[in-house]
Structures are given as C-alpha cells and as structure tokens.
Design a protein around this ligand. Structure first.
Ligand SMILES: NC(=O)c1ccc[n+]([C@@H]2O[C@H](COP(=O)([O-])OP(=O)(O)OC[C@H]3O[C@@H](n4cnc5c(N)ncnc54)[C@H](O)[C@@H]3O)[C@@H](O)[C@H]2O)c1
Length: 380
C-alpha cells in the first residue's frame, strides 16, 4: 500500500536527523540581529561570525555589567549599531543600510520582575518595538527571512503538567509574558496583512516566530536569573537566596534554541512560506526541573562549600509549571535537543569556572560552539 506523507500543518515531515547550521548557507550572508549586546544575542552573534555571516547588530548598550558582549568582544567582527527599537527612523535606516536577507529579532525587555516595575517600557519595547521592526522589514526589500523571538511564557499558563503546543491559546499573567504574547499576535497580523504566504511572489519574505525555554549558559550576568544568581553567590561565598524553589521551567543550554533559530531562518530563506508560522524549541521533557533541583546539582558540582536558603517574602506572581512541546520542530525541521540538563549545566559551570580562572570569554564561547557542533554531527 502506498504510504501517505505525514504532515504537520501541511509541512511534510523530515527524517529525524539533526540539522547543523551550514557555513555554505551563512558565509557572506547579510544578517540583521537585534539584541546583539544581550546574553542570547551575543552568543548568536558569535555563532554567526563563526559561520562567516556579514552581520549587523542593533540594540541598546549591554543590559548588564559585566556583559558577554564586552568580555567576548562581540563587536569585533560585525557592524554594531547602538540604537533603540523605539526609534523607528533609526531602526529602519540601520536595516536599510545593512540590506539583510535574514533578520533575527531578539531585542526585548526580557525580565518578568522588571516588567512589574516598568510595564509601559516593557510594552513599548516588546510590542511597539516588534511593530517597528516589522515595518522596517516592509521598507527593506532585500529581506527573505525573519525570525521573531518571543518566549515559552507567551502561552496562557494553566499550571498543568502538559507541555504547551504552538496551537495553544496565548496569554500572560505578568506584563512581560503578556507583552510577548502581544508580539506573537503582532507578528501573525503582519504576516497575514503584509507578508501573506499566498502573495509570496510579490514580497519574497517569510516570517516566523520562535518560543524557547529558560536558557542557561556561560556569560549571563543578569539579575533575577537563576544561574547568574547562583554563580554570583557561589563565587563570593555568599548565601544564595532562591525565591521559588518549586518553580519548574524548561531549562536548556543557550546553543539549543539558537540552533533552532538558525535552522528556521535557513528553512524560511530556502523554503519560503512553508515554514512561516510559530515554533517551539524546548528541552527534553524530563529536563523541566524545579529550581531547587538546579541549585542542588550545581552546589554538588561547585567544588567548595556553598550556602543557600529560600527567601519567600513579598514576591510577585510567577508561573510555577511550564513545559514546551517541540514535536513540530522535530517533525518538520529535524530539530531536537541534544543536551541533557546535566550536560547543559556542566557546559555552563565549566564556562564560568574557566572564565574566572582567566580564560578569554570569546575563545570559551567559540570552543563550546565548536564542540556542540561536533556533538550534533554525531547525533541522529
Ligand atoms: N534568557 C531567557 O531565558 C529567555 C527565555 C525565553 C525567551 N527569551 C527572549 O530572548 C531574547 C533575548 O533575551 P536575553 O536573555 O538575551 O536578554 P538580555 O537582557 O540579555 O538582552 C536583551 C537585548 O535587548 C536589547 N534591548 C532592550 N531594550 C531595547 C530597546 N528598547 N531597543 C533596542 N534594544 C533593546 C538589549 O540592549 C539587549 O541587547 C528576548 O527577546 C527574550 O524575551 C529569553
């Protein structure tokens, strides 16, 4: 009997082999990346530089001190523009000067707790900023592929055990999560209204959004991020205060979703509209662990005595249970996580400990990108 192709929203599924970002595609490719001074943006910029992309970044100054952006000298091999997403004229002219074929939109106000302190600024950057970005794309005909990065928190959180799928309702209790759900709706509207797949021959632009989990990795110095808080406390011998020991998150090494974004961009560029939709890039399902599990794991591995306690006073609402279903990315992009959570934590810990011992941040990142790429080539 003839076998019918299995499909995911009309996408023919592919063999479950890992898709490795290819130098042949990225070498010399003009790419515009917002948020290149941030944690994930710095890693993505370094990876794109490693692949030979002709890279322009657009972001505010690094949000932390120290920052991976400065420590790894990210600006060295790219054109770095320090600018505000809210400045539509500057954003548009910067994109037009770069004439990119691929756009990655990572710049955002990304912290839940800060969004309670500055909800208006959070919506201005995350919602209006996304509108400005998509309007700049409309005025830059060179663009073929756009990946808008939102978050796992864009789903209406039902505090249940099941992972969220791309088709689940969007929502958001806190201003950050809600602003990212809004950014998803904006992206979908601009795709329908101005980059409609049915009219691809007129605009030649395919737009997708990507939702990843809580990323970990070397070089994150943000406040209110678990790994950064742990490293700060353990390195100085201070007592770590954890707010929410039972909160379960889809933890993943930063390179995992970045590979998802690179894969998606390449597919959008070469496969056009077939991939123009929303995508989850989450960790293995067993790797959604509570905060306390992470603290105990890193404490046991740290090497010297560590102290931690639960600080349960006066905290704002944060989701307790959050998992992502990445079956669609697996079936249609050939993407799946390759690190277990312990491996992701080991990579992260090694990065910080070697950096503290004097290794250069740029070399550490490039070394980890290379060894991750080697691992990918061996996993099927
Ligand atoms: N870190 C995580 O665990 C995580 C999880 C899911 C999604 N995300 C998303 O990934 C993206 C990157 O997150 P990150 O962890 O690297 O954050 P980050 O705070 O390290 O970096 C944010 C970047 O956005 C830039 N930025 C902020 N406001 C801006 C503005 N008004 N104009 C221009 N640039 C501005 C900053 O300068 C910086 O380059 C964000 O969109 C975030 O929502 C992060």
């Amino acid at each position: 009997m003839e076998q019918r192709p299995r499909t995911v929203e009309g996408l023919v599924t592919v063999a479950a082999t890992q898709f490795v970002p290819a130098t042949q595609f990225w070498n010399g490719k003009p790419v515009f990346l917002t948020g290149h001074t941030g944690f994930k943006g710095s890693w993505l910029a370094l990876w794109l530089q490693h692949l030979g992309a002709n890279l322009t970044g657009y972001a505010l100054d690094p949000p932390t001190e120290p920052s991976l952006f400065h420590k790894a000298d990210v600006a060295a091999c790219m054109h770095s523009v320090i600018g505000d997403l809210r400045d539509r004229t500057r954003l548009t002219s910067s994109m037009q000067n770069a004439q990119p074929e691929v756009v990655f939109h990572l710049a955002a106000q990304p912290l839940v707790r800060h969004s309670y302190a500055d909800p208006v600024g959070t919506y201005e950057t995350n919602v209006l900023g996304t509108i400005h970005l998509l309007e700049a794309v409309r005025k830059t005909p060179s663009v073929r592929a756009v990946v808008v990065i939102t978050t796992d928190k864009c789903y209406e959180n039902k505090e249940w055990i099941w992972p969220y799928r791309e088709t689940d309702p969007l929502g958001g209790y806190d201003p950050y999560s809600s602003s990212k759900a809004c950014a998803e709706i904006v992206t979908s509207s601009w795709r329908d209204s101005f980059f409609n797949p049915a009219r691809y021959a007129e605009h030649h632009t395919a737009i997708a959004s990507a939702r990843a989990g809580n990323v970990i990795g070397g070089g994150d110095w943000a406040s209110d991020r678990l790994i950064a808080d742990i490293i700060r406390a353990f390195s100085t011998g201070k007592t770590l205060e954890i707010r929410n020991p039972a909160a379960t998150r889809p933890w993943q090494h930063v390179l995992e979703p970045l590979r998802g974004y690179l894969t998606l961009a390449e597919k959008l560029h070469t496969g056009g509209t077939r991939y123009a939709s929303a995508w989850n890039f989450g960790p293995r399902y067993t790797d959604a662990q509570p905060v306390e599990w992470i603290v105990r794991y890193l404490s046991a591995k740290w090497g010297t005595a560590t102290k931690w306690k639960v600080d349960s006073h006066g905290h704002v609402h944060e989701a307790q249970m959050l998992k992502l279903d990445w079956s669609k990315a697996h079936a249609a992009l050939g993407w799946q996580p390759v690190f277990s959570l312990p491996e992701a934590l080991d990579y992260t810990l090694e990065w910080y400990q070697r950096e503290q011992a004097g290794a250069r941040a740029r070399e550490l990142c490039l070394e980890q990108i290379a060894s991750y790429s080697e691992k990918l080539a061996t996993v099927s």
